[in-house]
Ligand binder design. Structure first.
Ligand SMILES: *[C@@H]1O[C@H](CO)[C@@H](O)[C@H](O)[C@H]1NC(C)=O
Length: 240
């Protein structure tokens, strides 16, 4: 029963404009559940504008060096669209009540630091979750087993071409030797949460034995090739 109540139904309409001679893709995403909603404009796969319904305003997430496109009245339009979406959702629910919901658990979960790790230097840990349906996922973070909420953020669900979603959660952190971080993802299609861990270690073998071994093996194979080639070259000459 509890599960039914928590279930989020997301109704999604995407409108796609593709111009044939100039290859840009402008996507407008509208989605809703009873408690949640999404309205977003993207250009070539980048989030250009989205409505933050919790804060009651539009957000332009692009960095300052990008020319920002403004959408006057967009937040009001987003609110109106959310109402339309919810009433469509109601209709869809009753029309499709005998069809089981389709759920896809996240197919890919990766944790990595945004910048090269320098001890004591501010960095951002990224938890990249993709391949799930419906949206959203919950992402939680720990440092050395303790839950962390400060300095975390998550973007709005981003739809992929295969009609699954991607979400990226970020954690601001300062790498200290030996610290262990984890990100845990919850999704309604997952029976239990999935976790990835990442630890700060400085002795990662950037110039260690790894490349040297590959170089050695490569060189050996190369020399072997030369030897075999020479052998057949001589053999060939003997025959003629
Ligand atoms: C995400 O967290 C909220 C609040 O704790 C909870 O109500 C919801 O069921 C969670 N969603 C999933 C998919 O676990």
């Amino acid at each position: 029963m509890m599960k039914m109540k928590m279930k989020l139904l997301l109704f999604l309409c995407g409108v796609l404009w593709v111009s044939a001679d100039v290859l840009h893709e402008d996507l407008n995403i509208l989605g809703c559940s009873d408690s949640d909603g999404e309205f977003m404009f993207t250009l070539d796969g980048e989030e250009v504008w989205y409505a933050d319904f919790k804060k009651g305003k539009g957000v332009e997430p692009q960095p300052p060096f990008v020319v920002h496109i403004s959408y006057p009245g967009a937040y009001e339009a987003a609110l109106a669209n959310l109402q339309v979406c919810r009433s469509n959702l109601k209709v869809c629910r009753s029309a499709m009540k005998d069809i089981p919901d389709e759920n896809d658990a996240p197919s890919n979960l990766v944790i990595y630091p945004r910048d090269d790790v320098e001890l004591g230097e501010k960095n951002i840990l990224v938890c990249h979750v993709s391949g799930f349906y419906p949206a959203p996922v919950n992402v939680s973070w720990t440092r050395n087993g303790q839950k962390v909420t400060e300095g975390t953020s998550i973007n709005v669900p981003f739809p992929s071409k295969d009609s699954t979603f991607t979400q990226i959660s970020r954690l601001q952190f300062v790498p200290q030797l030996g610290d262990i971080y984890s990100c845990t993802v919850e999704h309604l299609a997952l029976e239990e949460p999935q976790t990835r861990t990442w630890d700060v270690e400085m002795d990662n073998p950037q110039s260690g034995p790894g490349p040297a071994i590959f170089c050695g093996v490569g060189l050996t194979i190369g020399l072997l090739g030369v030897a075999v080639g020479t052998f057949f070259l001589i053999k060939g000459n003997e025959c003629s």
